[in-house]
Design a protein around this ligand. Structure first.
Ligand code: NAD
Length: 358
């Protein structure tokens, strides 16, 4: 699959490198509205440098685009690419509003091309193992979960590009930009989100419109209850953690690694009172249960590479990718509902899929 990377900034550079090193993929063009970043990134891989997306979309040697621009441009660019018959990899978040996400879903439905939204941590071995443990019932009835991101972004980070920290182009702050990965894991594990209640604040930064700290509670359709904490105001910058608990087991992913896993064996009896994280089965489980573990260990840009492999395989084998537009929209809907709740001071319903023209 021959790719054009659109947006030669921080993450566009990683996409270009990922594509260039991936068997079955080739980087043919780099597009950026600023000529110099496009030129220097393209030169590194022998690709052509362009400043206009339409020039890339008109080229037969471009089969797919990787959209790595500020978030509020994503939907427009995906729509343009689909209209030109290109497959699309688009960075998270899908866009900054549900209206934009629904436009992408409608455009994909009427196209002959596929779209995946980057959520690379779904491809981490730890995430794969935990998803499978939930799906197969190893944790029993999952009762609660949490997604905690305690990161630090300096004022200089927010000042480094005009779009950062704006509602129109970043779509939000610590929750929408940095923590959506971790929220996506929680939602992937626990299924249909129903309702949230949230608070947000901008507590350690200035000159941004959005929050640097958000907390929320969340309720899922199958009954599980969850907690979300997202901040870029936690100096010096700590971990991202997902914790799940069921009546047969618990799992903790800490900074993308499976830090703790314990599931009761069939018929195993357990003391009436339990605490203290006994018998960590994580290492054992990763050795035996993760089909991705050995492959991912070899790769430098691990999870983006794994997501690209999944996407190329989805096109080749005519199946949906692991992260579809619908899945990304569901996670986006959680983030947007938390913002709604924080604005109104009331619980907010998480929007379901757009069924208006399906
Ligand atoms: N998956 C991840 O871990 C991850 C990490 C970082 C960023 N991101 C996402 O990637 C996107 C970009 O973030 P970044 O940090 O790389 O931003 P950035 O500011 O470093 O780079 C964005 C680039 O896009 C270019 N650009 C802007 N509008 C354009 C257009 N219409 N056409 C072509 N080029 C255009 C800019 O000139 C800039 O070079 C955001 O949506 C962000 O959420 C994802």
């Amino acid at each position: 699959m021959r790719f054009a990377v659109i947006g030669a900034g921080v993450i566009g550079t990683l996409h270009a490198e990922t594509i260039a090193h991936l068997p079955g993929a080739e980087l043919t063009a780099v597009v950026d509205v600023r000529p110099e970043p496009a030129r220097s990134l393209a030169a590194r891989y022998g690709a052509v440098a362009l400043t206009d997306l339409n020039e890339a979309l008109g080229r037969p040697e471009v089969d797919a685009v990787a959209i790595c621009t500020p978030s509020g441009h994503h939907a427009d660019l995906v729509q343009a690419a689909l209209a030109a018959d290109k497959h699309v990899v688009v960075e998270k978040p899908l866009d900054v509003s549900l209206e934009a996400a629904f436009r992408v879903a409608a455009a994909e439905r009427t196209s002959r091309r596929r779209v995946t939204v980057i959520s690379q941590h779904r491809f981490d071995p730890a995430s794969q193992v935990v998803f499978e443990a939930v799906r197969s019932g190893r944790l029993g009835n999952v009762t609660s979960g949490s997604a905690i991101v305690s990161w630090w972004r300096s004022q200089a980070y927010y000042d480094s590009a005009g779009w950062r920290g704006t509602w129109a182009l970043d779509g939000g702050g610590a929750l929408m930009n940095q923590s959506i990965h971790t929220v996506d894991l929680l939602v992937w594990f626990l299924g249909e989100p129903v309702e949230v209640f949230g608070w947000t604040g901008c507590l350690a930064h200035e000159r941004i419109e959005v929050e640097d700290t958000a907390v929320a509670t969340i309720r899922f359709a199958q009954g599980a209850l969850g907690v979300i904490q997202a901040t870029t105001a936690a100096h010096p910058g700590m971990n991202a953690r997902v914790q799940l608990h069921g009546d047969r087991g618990s799992a903790v992913i800490d900074d993308d690694r499976l830090a703790y896993f314990h599931a009761a064996q069939a018929g195993e009896s357990w003391p009436d009172v339990g605490a203290g994280s006994p018998d960590n089965q994580a290492d054992q489980l990763l050795k035996t249960d993760s089909p991705l573990a050995p492959r991912v260990a070899r790769l430098q840009h691990t999870s983006h590479t794994a997501q690209y492999e999944d996407f190329i395989s989805s096109v080749t084998n005519d199946r949906p990718p692991l992260v579809t537009v619908q899945e990304a929209t569901r996670t986006l809907a959680v983030v947007i509902a938390i913002y709604d709740s924080a604005r109104t001071g009331r619980p907010a319903t998480v929007a379901g899929p757009d069924t208006s023209n399906s």
